[in-house]
Design a protein around this ligand. Structure first.
Ligand SMILES: C[S@@+](CC[C@H](N)C(=O)[O-])C[C@H]1O[C@@H](n2cnc3c(N)ncnc32)[C@H](O)[C@@H]1O
Length: 300
């Protein structure tokens, strides 16, 4: 896969697994739908590879979607405003960060959010129980330079401008919009840390309900892929999807986890990918690293 642009480092981004995930998608299809878009790594990857000309992205985090919309539809305004906010931080950049964070929590201005994403610790979005962004600044860096950010913004915009629709709804509302011929790629909030509530993101999802929603997609003959649970060494994180119908489950080698590297271990992280049977059966390309885990049989 050719080098793929990205806006900022975003914790949980699927950029590193994008080429693996795209192996299970056809060379061309009607439309890609990302109901849990985050930084939209898979949308950007599909656009880079010309898999489709139509995209729908959604995320419950509205400032994030507002930001992606500005980046894609108005790269000039976005780059200029980022440059201004970034340049203003020269005297006391930590204090500046906290000021912008307060401003963002008050106004929800998406470009403030871009600056916070570019400067916060590990690109990791964190909210308090009142829904206020509360992640600290990374004191060792000043965040992506305006020149680099401008490049990132224009690269993404040139791939997606005029091809995309934007929503900020609950994922179930987005499922209802899908049609046969579309592909839905889902990367719901990480469910390994604290069950259905995860302060990394705006909201969590309820596991049983999610499984029921997937069954409905199967009945409606909608093609999909879901990144969900995973394992690192002997440690399993997240619930498995217990669907017995129309789904295949494989594991993708996501490389050595930074945590186990720190601890001097050599543990590989595997991330589950659940694939609707129609996509799996087409067997577009199979990467040598995948291994089939379970063959589910049809129950309905
Ligand atoms: C793991 S991240 C997605 C990361 C993405 N794959 C990427 O490459 O950056 C999950 C996203 O789901 C969003 N989210 C959480 N609950 C949601 C819901 N009920 N409906 C839609 N989006 C939701 C979060 O705001 C978060 O951005």
């Amino acid at each position: 896969m050719k080098k793929m642009p990205h806006l900022v480092q975003y914790q949980g981004s699927k950029r590193n697994l994008a080429s693996e995930i795209l192996n299970f998608m056809p060379n061309t299809f009607e439309r890609l739908i990302e109901p849990f878009a985050g930084s939209s790594a898979i949308t950007i990857a599909c656009a880079s590879e010309n898999r489709t000309e139509q995209f729908l992205i959604n995320d419950l985090n509205k400032p994030l979607i507002d930001l992606l919309k500005l980046v894609i539809e108005d790269p000039e305004y976005t780059s200029k405003k980022y440059r201004k906010i970034w340049t203003d931080q020269k005297h006391d950049s930590t204090e500046h960060y906290y000021q912008i964070r307060d401003e963002f929590n008050l106004t929800k201005d998406p470009i403030y959010f871009l600056y916070l994403l570019a400067r916060c610790v590990k690109g990791a979005v964190r909210y308090n129980t009142e829904g206020l962004f509360n992640q600290s600044p990374d004191k060792r860096r000043k965040g992506t330079s305006p020149l680099q950010m401008e490049k990132n913004i224009y690269n993404i915009s040139s791939l997606l401008k005029g091809k995309i629709t934007y929503y900020s709804l609950d994922y179930k509302d987005i499922f209802n919009m899908a049609l046969p011929g579309d592909i839905i790629y889902m990367d719901p909030p990480y469910q390994g840390v604290c069950g259905e509530r995860d302060s990394r993101y705006f909201s969590g999802i309820e596991h049983e309900e999610f499984v029921e929603e997937l069954k409905k997609l199967i009945n409606r003959k909608i093609s999909f892929l879901v990144s969900y649970d995973g394992k690192c060494g002997n440690k399993i994180y997240g619930n498995k999807i217990p669907v017995k119908t129309g789904i295949k489950h494989i594991e993708l080698n996501a490389g050595r986890s930074s945590q186990s590297t720190l601890l001097g271990k050599n543990e590989i992280t595997y991330e589950s990918l659940y694939i609707s049977s129609d996509l799996y059966q087409n067997k577009y390309i199979f990467h040598k690293d995948w291994k089939e885990n379970e063959l589910f049989t049809r129950i309905s």
